[in-house]
Design a protein around this ligand. Structure first.
Ligand SMILES: NC(=O)c1ccc[n+]([C@@H]2O[C@H](COP(=O)([O-])OP(=O)(O)OC[C@H]3O[C@@H](n4cnc5c(N)ncnc54)[C@H](OP(=O)(O)O)[C@@H]3O)[C@@H](O)[C@H]2O)c1
Length: 273
């Protein structure tokens, strides 16, 4: 039986990966900070597996409480990824959050936390998964980047651009070893991500983001898993976002900065209203 480990597997995109990989018959390891949400997600996954009619539909669900902003917690998760007795076949480097702090803010606490969770932990855990999978000659790694990384909006854009380049580089390093690496680049997805940032301005119809740009996590993850099955290095779910990504890629850098300034301005106006 294959096993998938998902960081941030209790909510939004990570929870959807857990549901769809469990539905494919994977055993699941969930990583997050909130114990009660980990227990609730584990119970949901076990219940769903029990509902299926095939006799071998039971899956095992393991939970790990870890704050990936803390290097010692990240090391524990890395050790689990490297456990030869209980190998991980599918790893989703997903945990993350929106960074609202401005780049010139003298208090860099939020940037520090973001770099630890969305860069340092991604590197440490991606490396641990890569070593174990390369040794076995098989496996899949998905790193959750963002279309935001093609823009120049914030420290978050810079972090997600790093995740994409990191994924492409890791994919090169693992080429020929039977391990696929995919950078998932979602657009705006309906998850708690936007509310956790302390505002509802990300909801459809507000903050200048048109409704058709909002994606459901189920669709996003279904398309991403299809791309992983095909061994694709970049996954941009939905034709509308593939088109937008293509346009941004072909615009002059100065135009991308101008568009980014417009989005930032509409966000701060929405926050003020
Ligand atoms: N939603 C979007 O529009 C969107 C678009 C592009 C990319 N993304 C990316 O997609 C990923 C998932 O976001 P989401 O939208 O699904 O957000 P979400 O619904 O807020 O879920 C975030 C998950 O990450 C976990 N997490 C957060 N901080 C953590 C930490 N320090 N240590 C361990 N786990 C932590 C959370 O659990 P705990 O709070 O219990 O730890 C939760 O399970 C992120 O990397 C995000 O940047 C999202």
């Amino acid at each position: 039986m294959a096993t998938a480990l998902i960081t941030g597997g209790t909510s939004g995109i990570g929870a959807e990966f857990a549901r769809q990989l469990a539905a494919r018959g994977h055993d699941i390891v969930l990583v997050a900070r909130d114990t009660s949400r980990l227990d609730a997600m584990a119970a949901e996954l076990r219940g769903r597996a029990g509902d299926r009619e095939t006799p071998d539909s039971q899956i095992s669900v393991e939970t790990m409480v870890a704050d990936l902003a803390k290097p010692e917690d990240t090391d524990r998760v890395a050790a689990r990824l490297g456990d030869r007795q209980h190998p991980i076949d599918f790893f989703v480097n997903n945990a993350g959050f929106r960074v609202s702090s401005r780049l010139a803010n003298p208090d860099i606490a939020e940037h520090d936390r973001a770099l630890n969770v969305m860069v340092r932990a991604v590197l440490v855990l991606g490396g641990a998964a890569a070593r174990a999978m390369r040794e076995r000659g098989s496996g899949a790694i998905v790193n959750v980047a963002s279309i935001n990384g093609q823009l120049t909006l914030s420290g978050y854009s810079a972090i997600k651009a790093w995740v994409r380049v990191y994924s492409e580089s890791l994919s090169n390093e693992l080429r020929g070893h039977g391990v696929t690496v995919t950078a998932l680049m979602p657009g705006w997805v309906r998850t708690e991500f936007h509310q956790r940032a302390g505002t509802t301005k990300g909801e459809a119809g507000r903050g200048g983001i048109p409704g058709f740009l909002w994606l459901e996590p189920g669709l996003l993850v279904r398309e991403c898993l299809r791309d992983v099955d095909k061994g694709r290095v970049i996954s941009i779910p939905t034709a509308r976002y593939r088109f937008l990504s293509w346009v941004v890629k072909h615009l002059p850098d100065a135009t991308v900065r101008w568009v980014s300034r417009g989005i930032s301005l509409s966000r701060s106006n929405a926050a003020d209203s």
